[in-house]
Design a protein around this ligand. Structure first.
Ligand SMILES: [Ca+2]
Ligand SMILES: [Ca+2]
Length: 381
């Protein structure tokens, strides 16, 4: 009887926990604050809020608000309001994950909700140049996911996902000027080497240099064919020019998504006596061994305001690249076949036999010598 009673209690508690989760999932409410958003049906605990074409004011005042998950400078803000289920626990928590995969701290719902005693929380997703550029380069939407653990059991049972197509976002300054996308002149990008590369959107915000999957690079001397390169070697080069004033223009780059380089002044980096900047990527065996591609990204800030409005991506497929020097293939290396290792069975008596042969040989030499001496003695006589 006692066991049965205990079992019933356990079953009841477990049932209650399951029910409260389901209950919680059913009772949460999501609304948008920014007008163009639409709230979708909940699917497997995920409610998606999709924003259409939206103009967002870059508003530093909003960035100072308490419910903003990210506070990057130069952001516009997409807002949603989430109403917690009635069963919300005082210890309920949430966290956010942005487009770049960055996770926020875990926060207590009760500390960040709109008003004491209420169940609403306003959540603002920051949309700025960095987020928009990263999303466009990656071919993804701008997203912000909010994960909620309403019953404070450590399991985040509900997600609200804010989604906007970066191409549909316009950012405006407080004065109403368009800050993004950039409408002024950008640089013009051309490819120098290899000749088989092509450029898409050469004057756009996002420029891509496209290389064939299979190509060859010839080793060149640094000033070969009247083109200056930093040193002898195998090089991939692009040229960047810009009409009008470039006195404030800056650029930086990174390789394979790593840290950014120092910031370079465009005018200082111009080719000698020229009005453009040639940028060279050195390709050597060390750089390409064992990788499928090498990705260079160049970020240009043409007006020097700290926002990099033009991004040039060089996605170099090196898996099938051939490096040549004086007509000879240096890379990939010819496959060297290992010398076969032949194991010879040596009889144990081998050393004994050779010793006998050696002794035999020596005896023969001695015998010949004795005969020779005897013979010469004979002839002397
Ligand atoms: Ca939970
Ligand atoms: Ca700029």
């Amino acid at each position: 009887m006692k066991k049965k009673f205990l079992f019933s209690i356990v079953a009841f508690v477990m049932g209650f926990l399951v029910m409260s989760n389901v209950f919680a999932a059913e009772k949460m409410e999501v609304n948008t604050i920014t007008s163009t958003g639409s709230v979708g049906e909940e699917v497997n605990g995920v409610t998606t809020v999709t924003f259409g074409a939206t103009t967002l004011k870059i508003d530093p005042a909003q960035a100072a608000s308490d419910h903003v998950e990210e506070r990057p400078a130069g952001s516009g803000w997409l807002g949603i309001k989430v109403t917690a289920p009635d069963t919300v626990n005082d210890e309920a928590t949430y966290y956010a994950i942005n487009t770049l995969g960055k996770k926020s701290d875990i926060k207590k719902f009760s500390e960040f909700k709109d008003a004491a005693g209420g169940k609403d929380i306003s959540l603002w997703s920051g949309v700025n140049f960095e987020v928009l550029n990263a999303a466009i380069v990656a071919g993804k939407d701008v997203t912000m996911e909010y994960h909620f653990d309403w019953n404070a059991d450590g399991d985040y049972e509900q997600i609200v996902k804010v989604v906007i197509d970066p191409e549909q976002v316009t950012l405006q300054t407080k004065e109403g000027d368009t800050a993004y996308p950039i409408t002024g002149t950008l640089g013009e990008i051309t490819s120098i080497l290899p000749e088989s590369a092509s450029v898409t959107g050469s004057k756009d915000n996002f420029v891509e240099i496209v290389y064939p999957n299979v190509f060859e690079l010839e080793w060149v001397e640094k000033d070969q064919d009247g083109i200056h390169r930093p040193q002898d070697g195998w090089w991939i080069g692009i040229r960047v020019s810009k009409a009008g004033d470039t006195s404030k223009a800056k650029f930086k780059y990174r390789v394979n998504g790593g840290n950014f380089s120092d910031i370079y002044t465009y005018d200082t980096e111009k080719d000698e006596g020229q009005d453009y900047v040639s940028i060279w990527a050195l390709i050597n065996e060390e750089k390409i061994e064992g990788v499928d591609e090498v990705v260079y990204e160049y970020y240009f800030d043409w007006d020097g305001d700290g926002e990099y409005e033009q991004i040039v991506t060089q996605r170099i497929p090196v898996k099938n690249i051939t490096l040549k020097k004086d007509g000879e293939t240096i890379y990939p290396k010819e496959e060297v076949k290992d010398e076969p290792i032949v194991e010879v069975e040596t009889p144990n008596t081998y050393d004994g036999i050779s010793l006998y042969l050696l002794l035999g040989g020596l005896s023969l030499i001695c015998l010949t010598a004795i005969i020779f001496v005897l013979k010469s003695k004979k002839s002397m006589n």
